[in-house]
Design a binder for this molecule. Structure first.
Ligand code: SF4
Length: 434
């Protein structure tokens, strides 16, 4: 039972959520902010009051009433006239306003899957060039399955959340080995693939195979909560039941994939976290939050993770005009990527002899440590990292066994997938005369 954080329609990269995979993206800055009431809302409130009598059949919340009071029943709780009245304007709006996105031009489950995984924690604008490069290099699931993980990570470099790339690679191999390279259409089989949860399985099944599969991700979670006027915790067991039930029951029999796309598009572009554009919303007549003017307080926000500040050192150890890189191992942050020697410092004050000793401890090399070259700031999940960058000459010693080491010339850095800060440091080295 999970909800996948996803872009909100804002055009720039949000600070990954998104640190923590259980959180939801709220806005462009990655911070959680409430919609604020403003004078324009007074007009909305007047409209909302006038609008209360508008609900068909005298329902205050035609959708909420049906879903919340009929949870657990097998038959559809929605009155047919409400369903039609809700779906028609939504689809009409979508057909007029849908963004033209590369993954919407296809029904290929492979391409849809890649796009859905990339869009987790990442904005549409940031994803498009990655998606196009990825598909150019790996046009089919067979190409991806046959690749080295390092190459997959290299193409993912900068998108963050590298477990997504590692899982994509593993899943491609499963599709080729167990399914003869044909993407399964069944939800259960899709969810068996590494990195594919309930939402992604529903997206692939509905977008690629037009199956009646429900979806709940960050944008639709917000949209459903507001439509239903649901002010409980949407991440709780009860909240999830409400939302997934609604997502399932609201789906039409005809072209459910297009309908899901329309819901997501509405959540991403109109029903935004802050200041939703209710005056442009095609389904405002069905919206409990609009009626009550509670858009600012619905959905209930997730608790913000405590941010921890840490200081790390990154040391570019040089020998014979090449620098020492280590492939980060399984279980470490950025597993599979390469990095300079790196470790956490106990305090923000650099203690050069202690740093040199730690390098010797980790690598087996005695070094002559130079002064600090740069200080980089970076956010990863719930950590705010200050990275102090040093260069050093290897003086003596043998590399410790048990790690993957490589001596790499500056001109060859581009062949290795590096973390964002690793890449920045590599560029600094390439530009410096050190
Ligand atoms: S009326 Fe406003 S709050 Fe309700 S669904 Fe539309 S955009 Fe969202």
């Amino acid at each position: 039972m999970c909800v996948v954080p996803r872009e909100t329609g804002n055009s720039s990269l949000r600070s990954p959520d998104r640190p923590d995979h259980t959180k939801f993206q709220r806005d462009n800055s990655g911070t959680h902010k409430r919609a604020t009431r403003n004078p324009a809302n007074a007009g909305r409130q007047r409209r909302a009051s006038a609008f209360q009598g508008f609900f068909p059949g005298g329902f205050d919340y035609p959708l909420r009433h049906d879903v919340l009071t009929n949870l657990g029943r097998k038959e559809s709780p929605l009155d047919a006239s409400h369903e039609t009245a809700f779906r028609k304007p939504l689809i009409r709006w979508y057909e007029q306003h849908a963004r033209d996105l590369p993954w919407r031009r296809t029904h290929d489950p492979y391409q849809i899957w890649i796009s859905e995984i990339m869009l987790q924690q990442t904005t549409v604008t940031a994803v498009i060039p990655y998606f196009e490069r990825f598909l150019a290099r790996f046009p089919t699931v067979h190409d991806l399955a046959a690749a080295d993980e390092a190459e997959v990570l290299k193409l993912w470099e900068g998108l963050g959340y590298y477990s997504r790339a590692r899982n994509i690679h593993k899943a491609a191999r499963v599709v080729v080995d167990r399914h003869d390279g044909v993407f399964p259409a069944e939800l259960a089989k899709l969810q068996d693939l590494p990195g594919i949860g309930r939402y992604t399985a529903g997206a692939i099944a509905s977008f690629a195979f037009d199956q009646r599969a429900p979806i709940v991700e960050a944008n639709t979670l917000r949209l459903y909560c507001r439509l239903l006027g649901y002010d409980g915790d949407p991440r709780s067991t009860a909240g999830q039941q409400v939302l997934w039930t609604f997502a399932e029951r609201v789906l039409p029999k005809s072209r459910p994939g297009r309908f899901n796309q329309a819901l997501m598009e509405l959540g991403a572009t109109i029903c935004t976290p802050r200041e939703p554009a209710c005056e442009q919303c095609p389904v405002s007549g069905f919206c409990g939050a609009f009626r009550d003017q509670t858009q600012a307080s619905i959905p209930q926000l997730a608790k913000r993770a405590q941010i921890t500040a840490i200081t790390e050192a990154s040391i570019a150890v040089r020998r014979n005009k090449a620098y020492l890189l280590r492939r980060r191992s399984h279980g470490e942050r950025w597993a599979g990527l390469w990095d300079f020697v790196r470790f956490e410092l106990p305090s923000s004050v650099e203690d050069l002899p202690a740093i040199a000793a730690e390098v010797q401890q980790q690598t087996g090399l005695r070094i002559d440590l130079g002064p600090q070259l740069a200080e980089l700031k970076h956010g990863v999940t719930r950590y705010r990292i200050t990275l102090k960058c040093f260069a050093a000459e290897s003086v003596s010693g043998q590399l410790r066994p048990g790690e993957e080491w490589q001596w790499v010339k500056v001109a060859d850095f581009h062949e290795f997938p590096l973390s964002v800060t690793g890449r920045k440091f590599a560029k600094l080295l390439a530009e410096s005369l050190f």
